[in-house]
Structures are given as structure tokens and as C-alpha cells.
Design a protein around this ligand. Structure first.
Ligand code: MG
Length: 162
């Protein structure tokens, strides 16, 4: 078995020309969105890094650099799919993933189920093998002051002899 750990943070941006707020592949209605070279999906980025870490691979920033034009505005589901494909190519199996989103606002409760479904679909595992939780920053720190959203994720891989 192998475990992997991932973490990511993106800060909020103000402005009228902002992009949608995307978390776990869900467009969450909110007055602000996150700064990022890709679509800034912190949850998908943390999950991608957890999987890459379990494989002993380079991290997401090395594989998909923010200096590359092809990654501008890119759907982060593609990063997650890339990591999952590597797992299966190497004959590992994803037993489960678990993740926490740290966001003071918006309230994410109504969107967690859809995030789970999205992750399960991309990773080709059952939704029961996916955990998504949301925590506020208790109004302290950069999360609590609504300056950014963070995410942490773990994954467990198992060997899959065929
Ligand atoms: Mg990121």
C-alpha cells in the first residue's frame, strides 16, 4: 500500500471581470473567485498532488507549470485525470481519497455531494470511496479573514496484481 498527501492554497481576487469559483469541479456561486493560472480548483490540485506523491512522482507544479501557456485557464479535472491514469498504468488501485476544504465563505455544504461525485467519476472509484469535508477558519488566520481557500487531501493506493 502507499499513501499520498496533498495541500494547496489559492487567494481570492476581487473585481468585476473575475472568473467563476470552481471547487471540486463545481461552479460555486460567490461574489469572488480564486487567483490561479489554471481554473484555480484547490481541491483538485490537492488531490492531484496526493496521488502524485503516493506514486513518488514530481508534483503538480512541476508537471503542469504555471508558466506554460497550455495550462492557462485549464480545467483542473485534466490534472486529476492525468494522475489517476498514472496510477492505473502502474497497476495500482485507488482504495480511497479523503479531503478537507478550508473556506470561511462561501458555505460549501450544499456542494460537497456533487464534488464527491465529480472526484469519483474522474478517479473511476465509487463515491463511497471519496471523502469531502469543509471547514471554516473560525474567523482567524488567512482562511478566517476570507483571504484564501485551502485544501488538503490524502489518498491510499493498493497494489493491484493482474
Ligand atoms: Mg493550485
Amino acid at each position: 500500500m502507499r499513501i499520498g498527501l496533498g495541500h494547496d492554497t489559492h487567494r481570492f481576487e476581487e473585481g468585476s471581470a473575475q472568473r467563476p469559483l470552481i471547487l471540486g469541479g463545481v461552479e460555486v456561486p460567490f461574489r469572488r473567485s480564486l487567483v490561479g493560472h489554471s481554473d484555480a480548483d484547490v481541491l483538485f490540485h490537492a488531490l492531484t498532488d496526493a496521488i502524485l506523491g503516493a506514486l513518488g512522482e514530481r508534483d503538480i507544479g512541476e508537471i503542469f507549470p504555471d508558466t506554460a501557456e497550455e495550462n492557462r485557464g485549464r480545467d483542473s479535472a485534466e490534472f486529476l485525470k492525468y494522475a489517476a491514469d498514472l496510477v492505473y498504468k502502474r497497476e495500482w488501485r485507488i482504495e480511497n481519497v479523503d479531503a478537507v476544504i478550508f473556506a470561511q465563505a462561501p458555505k460549501l455544504g450544499p456542494y460537497k455531494e456533487q464534488m464527491k461525485v465529480n472526484i469519483a467519476r474522474i478517479l473511476e472509484i465509487p463515491p463511497e470511496s471519496v471523502g469531502v469535508k469543509a471547514k471554516t477558519g473560525e474567523k482567524v488566520g488567512f482562511i478566517g479573514r476570507e483571504e484564501a481557500i485551502s485544501a488538503e487531501a490524502v489518498v491510499l493506493l493498493e497494489n493491484n496484481p493482474r
